[in-house]
Design a binder for this molecule. Sequence first.
Ligand SMILES: Cc1cc2nc3c(=O)[nH]c(=O)nc-3n(C[C@H](O)[C@H](O)[C@H](O)COP(=O)(O)OP(=O)(O)OC[C@H]3O[C@@H](n4cnc5c(N)ncnc54)[C@H](O)[C@@H]3O)c2cc1C
Length: 379
Amino acid sequence: MNRKSVVIVGDGAAGIIFANKLSKITDRKVVDITVIGPKKTHYYKPDGIFIPFNMRNYRQSVKGTNFLLDHRINRIVGEVTSIDIKNQNVTVNKERTINYDYLIIANGDRLVPEDVPGYKGEAEHFYELSDALHLKSTLENFHGGKIVVGQASIPIQCPPAPYEFSFLLDDYLRKRGIRDKSEIHYVYPINRVFSIPEAAGYIQELFDERGIEYHTLFNVESIDVEKKKLVSLEGEEVDYDLLVLVPPHKGQAVNTEAGLANELGYIDVDRGKLTFKDYDNVFAIGDATNLPISKAGSAAHYEADYLSKKIASETSGGPIPDDWNGEVSCFTMTGRDKGLTLHFFYGRPPLGSFSSPIDYLLKLSSADAYFTTMLRGAV
Ligand SMILES: Cc1cc2nc3c(=O)[nH]c(=O)nc-3n(C[C@H](O)[C@H](O)[C@H](O)COP(=O)(O)OP(=O)(O)OC[C@H]3O[C@@H](n4cnc5c(N)ncnc54)[C@H](O)[C@@H]3O)c2cc1C
């Protein structure tokens, strides 16, 4: 029997979970699995909301990538520099060509702060480990003033993260006894405080309770560094002493160059099958897709589960899974000791109207569950 080669572009959450799941449920005599990506270490990004407030030791949020992959998976450390779906191959570091039977694109997205004039050296964020650590020391040296928190544009990874950060910031300033000397302002690109309408009203109530001010329909155009003002496309200006702004995101340039995506870089996939156009052996999962409810590790996890079962069924037998149903389950922080879980599917919005200590604990311990079970494909 011909061996089938499954090649995964990307060594982040989606790529690792998918590879480990597939490895567990396929006949490894007939399926070869290869993960290609540049990262020697894997960082659990959700801890980025805790690190600036010293709620998590960052060393616990990072593990060696090789250690996380099933030992039967081939690993190529490098960057995919071109993808040729007509000839079924990818090139690594512009020199090595790898052929595939199945291609899974899981190369995530990238931050493009340079798209906001004035950003560099002025705004801070918590979306990469080094930035979260930098913000931690900035906050330690903050003794009162006006902090503006928000996102430059849509889409971003983990849409709840800016509101979670705002609630934790409120707690942090209270704990340090400087909340009354500080203002928190939250800016958001659409005409409510969060994209999911079922949760937006509740988040807004919590903002009101905590004295967090909000500016909706605020799409960031630029930062006026001299005047210390954040300027929106809609013509509003908000001044700040400290600006915490999630930079704009784009998909990977290699996807655009391969003809898989427009200039924004997100791959247009079938929402149930995760295939690219009529290629039934080319898939995208995780943040690389332009699915409306992706950009969460949780979505990547459920997508990986569906896709591993589908490819296992085609290569090794077993039941054919139903199409992916758009499931996402996000634990989000609404303050010290309180959390809100957003669990939803295509066509079924989350409830999003209460906070509880259990949801808080689920979020706080999620890195441990992630590294021990989820990433390893055990759940
Ligand atoms: C602050 C923050 C908080 C978050 N909180 C949550 C949360 O609470 N819950 C939740 O579900 N999600 C959360 N997320 C989102 C979650 O981390 C992402 O959705 C998830 O990491 C997406 O997985 P991915 O594999 O698609 O992308 P990534 O994890 O970014 O992995 C992409 C990988 O592709 C590699 N790559 C890029 N280009 C190439 C190339 N050319 N060739 C080969 N490899 C390449 C990269 O090196 C990277 O390793 C959060 C994110 C942030 C930033």
